[in-house]
Write a protein that binds this ligand. Sequence first.
Ligand SMILES: [Cu+2]
Length: 595
Amino acid sequence: MLTINVICAFAAAASAFPTTLPTQHTSPAKRQDGGSFIHVTGVEGAVGWRQEIFTLKSDADAWNVYMLALERFKDMPASDPLSWYQIAGIHGQPYVAWDSVGPCDNCTLSGYCTHQSTLFPTWHRPYLALFEQSLINNAYEVANEFEGGQKDRYLNRASVLRMPFWDWAQNPADENDYFPSLFRDEFITVTKPQGDVQIENPLLRYHFKNDQDHSFIQGGGDVTWRNPTFNAANRAQLRSDTWAVLTSQVQYNAFSTQSLSAAWDNQNPYSIEALHDQVHINTGGQMGIVPQAAFDPFFWIHHAQVDHVFALWQAAHPDVWVQPWSEIGSSTSYAAGSTEDASSDLTPFHSSTSGGFYSSDAVRKTETFTYLYADLASGDSAANIINRLYRDSETPLTKRATPPASNMGDWINRGIGATSREEVSEYIANVEVDSQSMEGSFTIYLFDGTFDESKPEQWHDEPNLIGAHGFFSSPKAMGDGTARVNAGISLTGSLASKLKSGGLKDLSTDSVTAYLKEHIEWKIVKADGSVVDKDDVPGLQIAIMTSVVQLPGAKGQIARWGGFEALPDVTKGRKYGFDGEWKSHFHGHGHGRDH
Ligand SMILES: [Cu+2]
């Protein structure tokens, strides 16, 4: 169905923007069928700002253009490669070629998106730019339907409009903000040329048209749906995890992916990919299913925030970048075991009409696609922005006089020297699992003590919930390999409140170890709500780890983390799993690495 006549589509696109947009797709055609490729440019013209969605909403004209552009974008016919349907389809289902880019030699058409890969952050950058390119094309279209002064006003807003992000990691304003009504309201009022009218909220869902394959939607429906579970607890967790991702990672590869690698000692609790997974699972419905997620309008607002976090991290770590990486899973363009690096093609995103693809190197600067994030564009340092958005209102949790010797070693490895900065301890439950093993997404919940075992659908609201992590996966395993991934659930906030209430003596490793042994409980739930026995989850390991963190000592400084050290204070094994009772991580798992 997505096999389209590109020449016709280009002719239509060109005629659609006769006056306000620069001409696109002018290079000589070199495709076998005589057409030219789609040049992913992002918005053409001057650099604009991607803004937080509530900031954008405060500009009534810009918001109106954005709403109308989304509505029109979603209505584009599936024959157009810049339609919502085709662009969303690049990510996964219905598994067809886009812009004539077929699978690699040992690959099948299984979705172009790169997950469990160091290309995860960089691949999504041109993907979002393509979406933004079509969104703003539509913004010009809707603005041009007005007349006189109104038309001028809306064209003016279209010219600076970019896709917004929703910063799910900021402190929520109140309970209405846990998952804002922007994404929940059924109808909104917009201004059209004929006056104010009510339309279905364009941010709510995607309606598949009759001629658009949507057989993959569960239950045979023709709309996307969600099952949001955002609340105060997971918004707080998203905030602290975002801060941890931005400050704990000093190398690109470990920052980029939740995949495990011997290069970082098979433990990597904080990555942007794991952080991003959580929001997919918190949203639920299509957003919780890798090959269907991009049809949901919320996908694009979420991924703009993921790219925003990526840009903040880049600004704080300007000298590190993509290193060679062996793929553990496979996608349309990358076979399991193949090596990718900063020059690998980010398919199917052509960098010119005559062929060639973007690479990570080519998309390192967001200006390549004519956008900046508004906070970074302000000229403030990345460290100040990160501290202001994700840390400042939190009090340091515990002082720790002397870091253990093993951490000192790691600090040296990370290039961190001794300073007089205040040091705190962070505690993390690191969950390791084969993310493809469950035939779909799943969530692990950690509890401090008792909870209502009979109501798994309520566990995200349990008062004794320490934290949860959702692993974002596909209904059927992609490729033939396993996908060993890991993600951290911070225990620090929960332990600190136990300290305040007197349930915990202090935050020393001895006290924390004794406390957790006594109290920690955990459960696994699949996306369909069924509870899974822990023995039925291949490769599942939970390790409790600690790290010493140097807090910023002055403006312009970012926190610095030492290495991760396993609890309890046994040093024979490298890390320890929790399986109802403490045991050595590798015990009984045949890895030959027992204590
Ligand atoms: Cu995603």
